[in-house]
Design a binder for this molecule. Structure first.
Ligand SMILES: NC(=O)c1ccc[n+]([C@@H]2O[C@H](COP(=O)([O-])OP(=O)(O)OC[C@H]3O[C@@H](n4cnc5c(N)ncnc54)[C@H](OP(=O)(O)O)[C@@H]3O)[C@@H](O)[C@H]2O)c1
Length: 252
């Protein structure tokens, strides 16, 4: 069971960072993967690169916060697979500001993509996950879901909401053979955090708080996502696995 052979998996936000690492690891573990992202050129380029390596991989240009794009994803699953074993709600964004400085459009966008979209996508794919009879949803949350880590309030709200979304769906859908868990990374080297981590002052304050004295690689997060996707984690549901190099247990 230390593999994903014969599994059909969707990863949202699969062209970069943690999502891309999950796509590649799933493929190496034997899954067939459909990944999404908004940038068409990047979707096609990654799909071609991975197809050339012989993987069963499909890219779909889709914005997870758009109803019609999500319907396209459902139609794709319906006509190609008829079931779904793994759903990774990974697509996420941040707009980092002081609370009073957000426009309504800005904070609603963060909540739409990070919190509402995973709920909508999980719901519309529920019949296919149920059809699997042995499915796993993994929601990518954040350390910001549990502590204030200076990300801005809407991002923190969206990720803490996502943790409870995972717990509540885990209970509701256990009878359908669907497990639902979260992974909460601390700072991880990806395009999302590139600018922030290049700021020496910010990087030093992160390292000071982190006993392992470094930030994570995307592959260290995709390893946890892969474990939660596997049947090896079959008795784990409604949980949040924190990957933070010891940050949250470091009081001084
Ligand atoms: N990196 C960190 O330190 C860190 C820490 C904690 C949690 N996280 C969480 O981990 C997840 C991945 O983060 P990351 O750092 O890998 O981000 P990233 O490097 O910015 O990559 C995000 C991916 O999601 C896609 N995406 C963004 N919005 C989308 C949307 N509305 N619909 C579909 N795809 C979308 C992006 O492609 P397009 O732009 O082309 O759509 C890209 O492929 C996020 O949920 C983030 O909140 C990251």
């Amino acid at each position: 069971m230390w593999n994903l052979e014969n599994k059909k998996a969707i990863v949202t936000g699969g062209t970069k960072g943690i999502g891309k690492a999950a796509v590649i690891e799933f493929l190496k573990l034997g899954a067939e993967v459909l990944f999404t992202a908004r940038n068409e050129t990047e979707v096609r380029s990654l799909e071609n690169e991975l197809k050339k390596k012989g993987y069963k991989v499909h890219g779909l240009t889709a914005d997870s916060s758009k109803k019609e794009d999500n319907q396209n994803m459902v139609d794709w699953v319906s006509s190609n697979w008829g079931k779904l074993d793994i759903l990774v709600n990974n697509a996420g964004i941040n707009i980092r500001k002081q609370a009073s400085d957000y426009s309504e459009e800005e904070f609603r966008k963060v909540l739409e993509i990070n919190l509402i979209a995973p709920f909508e996508i999980s719901r519309i794919l529920h019949p296919f996950l149920k059809e699997s009879g042995n499915a796993s949803i993994i929601n990518v949350a954040s350390s910001a879901a549990i502590q204030d880590v200076g990300t801005g309030t809407p991002y923190a709200m969206s990720k803490s909401g996502l943790l409870q979304q995972s717990r509540s769906l885990a209970v509701e859908w256990a009878q359908d053979g669907i497990r639902v868990n979260s992974v909460s990374p601390w700072f991880t080297k990806t395009p999302l955090t590139e600018g922030y981590l290049h700021n020496d002052k910010k990087m030093n304050s992160i390292l000071k708080r982190t006993p392992l004295n470094r930030v994570a690689e995307a592959e260290e997060i995709s390893a946890i996502i892969s474990f939660l996707a596997m049947d090896k984690s079959s008795f784990i549901t409604g949980q949040n696995i924190v990957a933070d190099g010891g940050m949250s247990i470091n009081a001084l």
